[in-house]
Design a protein around this ligand. Sequence first.
Ligand code: AHR
Length: 346
Amino acid sequence: MQGKIKKIQFISLAIFFAALLFLLLFLFITRRNNSYKNKDETAEKAGKLILGFSQIGSESAWRTRNTESIFEAAAENDIQIIFDDAQQKQENQLKAIRSFIVYQVDVIAFVPIVEDGWENVLTEAKEAGIPVILVDRQINADPSLYAGFLGENGLEEGRRAARFLLNKCRNRTSTVNIYEMSGTENSSVVRDRAKGFREIISTDPKFKIIHSEDGDFLRSRGKEIAENLITSSHRKDGLFFEGEKIDVVYSHNDSMTLGMLDSIENYGVYTKNTIIISVDAEQKSIDALTAGKLNCVVECNPNLGPMLMALVKQIALGDDIPRVTYNPETVFTENDDFSTYEPRGY
Ligand code: AHR
């Protein structure tokens, strides 16, 4: 009998807690939906444009500045942003874009982490009548699925890096061994920076790419890659890959380059006669250039915000936007007058 009562008490308690849990869950969902609705209504009442923006993450100082630039320009243009940080995962970007569609934003902008896998979600956006702008990176998809691309000219960045190298080695006749550190695999920017670079160096057979390593655009990877080169060669008179002297490092971004410099410094490796070329032009890499640790830094301009907002407004008026809009970019080299450099701001 006693046992039976205890069992009934236990079941009643379990039912009570289950009901409580259900109630809390219900309250949480309704509150959340209401707050979305309020946000929507507020923006609509204010006649504000709503931009859904999916960023890939914050892997570099470049990326952080890119996000800041977009937020600053949105505020200046009175455009409301619904932001999602994909933490370097394409699946998170797909989810974010789908949520922007459900939310019925006016325009969607996103930085495609990789080139492939966007057709379905962009078809959904098109069917919902929401125009899409690609920011910073391009995709492999039917061009009718997006309104246009805004960002850097990666091909030209690769060519600029190679042109510097050609000029620097113009009097050299022996083979020039190049070690490449590339960024995120299957991203358009990596494809373009590699392609543009090869296009120019292939005009002279003395240039040889001895290895290409994926550093995922991360400082930690650049550091690790250099550490592996140093510890496996057991030498401090330069960088070596499988017994071959590395004459040139071509690094696809500053984060990886700065990571490599960390290891070079930690192990006390002599790299004065190693040509190091980087891309982005963060303040820290410009400082390394002026300190003689780098030879060339190709700019990749992260300040895309003002141009993006101009395109968003143009689309909202029902106008077409250019298929491709490039941000102006330059090159910084060891031959410059450093006193003319302005602070980079990232
Ligand atoms: O897509 C642009 C690249 O992504 C930048 O060069 C790099 O720093 C960033 O992570």
